[in-house]
Design a protein around this ligand. Sequence first.
Ligand SMILES: Cc1cc2nc3c(=O)[nH]c(=O)nc-3n(C[C@H](O)[C@H](O)[C@H](O)COP(=O)(O)OP(=O)(O)OC[C@H]3O[C@@H](n4cnc5c(N)ncnc54)[C@H](O)[C@@H]3O)c2cc1C
Ligand SMILES: NC(=O)c1ccc[n+]([C@@H]2O[C@H](COP(=O)([O-])OP(=O)(O)OC[C@H]3O[C@@H](n4cnc5c(N)ncnc54)[C@H](O)[C@@H]3O)[C@@H](O)[C@H]2O)c1
Length: 492
Amino acid sequence: MNELQAQDTDTWDVIVIGAGPVGENAAQYAIQGSGRTAVLIEAELVGGECSYWACMPSKALLRPIEVLSAAHALPGVLGTRLDPAGILKRRDAVIGNRDDSGQVEWANGAGIDVIRGRGRLAGVRTVEVTEPDGTVRVIEARQAVVLATGTTAAIPNVPGLAAARPWISRDATNLAEVPRRVAVIGGGVVGCEAATWLSSLGSSVTVLQQAPRLLPRTEAFAHELVAKRLEEAGVRIRTNAKVERVERPSVNEAGVGRIHGGPVTVTVDGEELAVDEVLVAAGRVFGTGDIGLENVGLGKLAENHAPIPVDEQLTVRDVPGDWLYAVGDVNGLALLTHMGKYQARVCGDVIAARAEGRPMDSVRYRDLADSRAVPQVIFTDPQVAAVGMSEREALAAGVDVETVEYDLGAIAATSIQRQDYRGRAKLVIDREADTLVGATFVGPEVAELVHAATVAVIGQVPLELLRHAVPSYPTVSEIWLRLLESREPRVS
Ligand SMILES: Cc1cc2nc3c(=O)[nH]c(=O)nc-3n(C[C@H](O)[C@H](O)[C@H](O)COP(=O)(O)OP(=O)(O)OC[C@H]3O[C@@H](n4cnc5c(N)ncnc54)[C@H](O)[C@@H]3O)c2cc1C
Ligand SMILES: NC(=O)c1ccc[n+]([C@@H]2O[C@H](COP(=O)([O-])OP(=O)(O)OC[C@H]3O[C@@H](n4cnc5c(N)ncnc54)[C@H](O)[C@@H]3O)[C@@H](O)[C@H]2O)c1
């Protein structure tokens, strides 16, 4: 069945509302290798925020900057510079020029139907879809409904901010014009990554961060190293900043990624800052506001735009019958594509097992990673790659914490990579259990280091045993050796 043939039925085994990366995976895993049917309901583009507006375009913009930075740090490499028009062109190619036909083809190839429209729960296993022409269809799921509606950008309640039509992350990732001066409200992940590419493309950037530091959920040295590099690139960073007011006398409808009007005055801590565009990067709003949660007894969540609580099988709590699931950003467990897709795999496996009456006593059917080992790579210069708990989180969780830190610049491999290598690594150890509960690496191109730590955390590998995992010479992974050697000798 395909997009058109999906008109001929009103019942599927599984209905998924939201066809982002997470919804796609849930549908695939729920039916693969079976005769079951599934349909994806999508209000915008199949592939979701990640493919067109978030992960993919942002990483396409950041990669040339990373390559340039590495080249500049190597004596013997000459003549490197950025080509902004070429970067935007490649970004457009990476996001398929926002054409989702390839993703629809993939879904159909996997036996999944697609309906364009906005879905809402109308009752038990019942979904109402408002199609683009206004037609309303009511469809039924024989077995399961999966909510995968993601998040949208939050606009803080600052006087004049919403009326100024500021840029949100979609404008920054899909930029078609480079504003001369930009104020970035928020110094979290989106704010720091966007400040990196905007300043490299020629904007004069000021980051206004409410919290005492950038990337507040990471270890403190991540802030120090990222802030230092941003400041060297000319970015101004104001922490503990209170944005009091925003004024933009002339606003226009120039479209996504184009400058949305005339100059803007941002009042911060009593001082006026004149810019050409404001980028809001201040967190996300959960996609729970208008998906019919009140029709399944969860109206309070909708009122508060709260995330949907789920159990280890990704089944929505407080809804009887094990038919409603929530995966990805919308359940608030971890706002990351890879974690949402992981949840979708667990959820799809659970739906399949329940459909086939198979036992679910293996760990395959439990979301273990969200409570123990969430990895994240922040693609700033330097990169921040972390998994599990920070020291502060481990202490708050009552872990008997031991930490070790080491200078990544003192590893043979990093001195070969570049002359000016600055970086740091830290392990957070549960002393009593002798296992790793968290790790953070900050430095150029450290992204690939984190998976080894993820394996150690989820596998609860004793650190005594980890000493026998020998890193190759000369690779940056030798940081493991140095970190383990730095531990105080254990008294047994
Ligand atoms: C700028 C930026 C960069 C990011 N970079 C990274 C990164 O590098 N790595 C990473 O892991 N994460 C990154 N993220 C986070 C990542 O984008 C999200 O975690 C991921 O997109 C979540 O996937 P999802 O499928 O849950 O939701 P989404 O991708 O938001 O998809 C939800 C889909 O549901 C649709 N929808 C919503 N409501 C309805 C409805 N009622 N009916 C029908 N359809 C509906 C939407 O149109 C959308 O297509 C980034 C986020 C941002 C903002
Ligand atoms: N590489 C990646 O993995 C990646 C990249 C981008 C986004 N994401 C995900 O997307 C999600 C959203 O990112 P985000 O950066 O929007 O949210 P965030 O929660 O990471 O950061 C938002 C920041 O905005 C600040 N803030 C909030 N209100 C403010 C105000 N009024 N004035 C000034 N500062 C204010 C907060 O202090 C916070 O540090 C994150 O959870 C992140 O995991 C991931």
